[in-house]
Design a protein around this ligand. Structure first.
Ligand code: ATP
Length: 457
């Protein structure tokens, strides 16, 4: 089978209304994207599935929805103000900007970990290895400078007095600052987790590859607060749960792998990504990090409020260790689009585009199709009105039935429901399966149950 190119997915998304370039009528705004009618359903379903698996089905996990703008002291405590930056260098010939660490890692095929190198060491490596500009092939680099990744804005109530505030570059600080609030109100006992889904913003040096790396994106993540002695078991457990979730939601097992980090932050005991084989190669899909007591200790220090936990059974007081699991909603949506897309040649030689989404994430669960508009549309609309009370359904009465099936296949609608004379006479409909293209007949009053069972996650 021909290898899928990212460009194909970008064009597909634009054509069918999944994702449009941001500010499209102004010729776009680099690396911003807007989700269209199908994309918003898809991404919402992805978020719902994640929340169900990690919050709803886990009695020790509680959700929050914290503000994007936080007290700037939060970002001092987290270390972002001082050190959330990447090493950038510019090609003096073509003026393109690159991340020096990424270039070194790509050049060495992952053998050299640039993360721990100083700017001078990176400059020397690039010089010694004659790494040329990936864009123009030139070899005329600017010196490496640290590039700040936090977007700044200001808040001022009195003219002339402005305070710098930041758009959050990660959501997890919202959980740390609410650790006590959540623990007190839920009466949770350690180990427990706080989860959140929300927007983050990063002034990335080299955004790109469609939804893979953008400057505004959504994260789905949780922080598990635990005893240090339990932390490695919990860490390993989240690695397995994260992998299982990626498979369950629809990613192929052979396109997923663990990537354990060799270099760790000074406070961390372990860190691992799950990588997915995107059309651009193996890349990080999510991270699982053992963060020690760093986060709560720093917030204790900077806020002056003790974030210690008192164990009600042993009376022991301690700052919990944190295990973090974080996955980008947009990046996962991109992986699912790539994984589900197929240009299929059928037995009769015809081709069709089909999106094999897991029915749980498909934008529309079913499409109602009157076989002949003039005879069947009234009954079909009745069915649409009934089904749409339970899940997202589309309605299509234009073109031949074959063409309408193809359109549903292309946007990943798992069930096409045809209303015909049998429906008028016996109250039965034909349901066609997107993947097998097989058809069954069902009484109208069994349709909701049938589809509900198929879309469970
Ligand atoms: P990367 O190394 O790709 O920059 P990271 O290690 O900085 O990612 P984390 O801070 O651990 O990423 O963020 C958790 C998750 O958020 C990532 O695994 C990814 O799915 C998502 N994510 C991070 N940055 C972006 C971005 N710029 N655009 C889209 N998704 C992102």
């Amino acid at each position: 089978m021909e290898e899928l190119k990212m460009e194909k997915i970008v064009n597909y998304c634009k054509q069918y209304g999944f994702v449009f370039p941001g500010s499209d009528i102004y010729d776009g705004f680099a690396n911003t994207w807007d989700f269209g009618p199908l994309g918003v359903e898809l991404k919402n379903n992805v978020k719902r599935c994640w929340w169900k698996r990690f919050v709803q089905e886990d009695k020790d996990t509680y959700g929050v929805d914290a503000g994007i703008l936080m007290n700037p002291r939060v970002w001092e405590a987290s270390g972002h103000v001082a050190s959330f930056s990447d090493p950038k260098m510019d090609c003096k010939k073509c003026k393109q900007r690159f991340r020096a660490d990424n270039m070194i890692e790509e050049h060495s095929k992952g053998e050299v970990a640039a993360e721990g190198m100083t700017n001078e060491e990176m400059e020397k490596y690039i010089e010694d290895n004659h790494i040329t500009c990936p864009h123009c092939g030139g070899f005329d680099w600017s010196e490496i400078k640290q590039f700040k990744l936090m977007f700044e804005t200001s808040r001022g109530t009195v003219e002339g007095s402005k305070d710098t505030v930041y758009l959050r570059p990660e959501t997890c600080q919202g959980e740390y600052v609410n650790f006590l609030n959540v623990q007190r109100t839920t009466r949770a006992k350690v180990p427990f987790a706080i989860a959140q889904i929300g927007k983050s913003f990063r002034n990335e040096i080299t955004p790109g590859n469609f939804l893979f790396r953008t400057i505004e994106f959504e994260q789905m993540e949780l922080q598990k607060f635990c005893k240090d002695s339990d932390s490695m078991d919990i860490y390993n457990n989240y690695k397995e749960r994260a992998l299982l979730f990626a498979k369950n939601i629809g990613l192929d097992e052979d396109k997923l792998r663990f990537h354990d980090h060799d270099k760790l932050a000074h406070y961390a005991k372990a860190a691992c990504d799950i990588q997915y084989k995107f059309p651009i190669g193996w890349e990080e899909l999510n991270g699982i990090h053992h963060r020690g007591t760093w986060d709560l200790s720093r917030h204790t220090e900077f806020s002056g409020k003790s974030l210690e936990y008192l164990d009600p059974e042993t009376n022991e007081k301690y700052i919990p260790t944190v295990i973090e699991y974080s996955i980008g909603a947009d990046r996962l949506t991109l992986a699912l689009l790539c994984n589900s897309y197929e240009e299929q040649t059928l037995e009769n030689g015809e081709t069709r585009e089909v999106m094999h989404f897991n029915p749980a994430i498909a934008p529309y669960k079913a499409c109602v199709l009157p076989l002949i508009k003039k005879n069947h549309s009234e009954k079909a609309l009745e069915l649409f009105n009934m089904l749409s009370k339970y899940f997202m359904v589309s309605y299509d009465e234009s073109g031949s039935i074959g063409k309408r099936y193809r359109r549903n296949d292309a946007v990943g609608t798992p069930f096409s429901i045809t209303v015909d004379d049998e429906t008028l006479n016996n109250n039965t409909v034909t349901i066609r399966d997107r993947d097998t293209m097989e058809q069954i007949t069902l009484p109208v009053d069994e349709v909701v149950d049938y589809i509900n069972k198929k879309i469970q996650f």
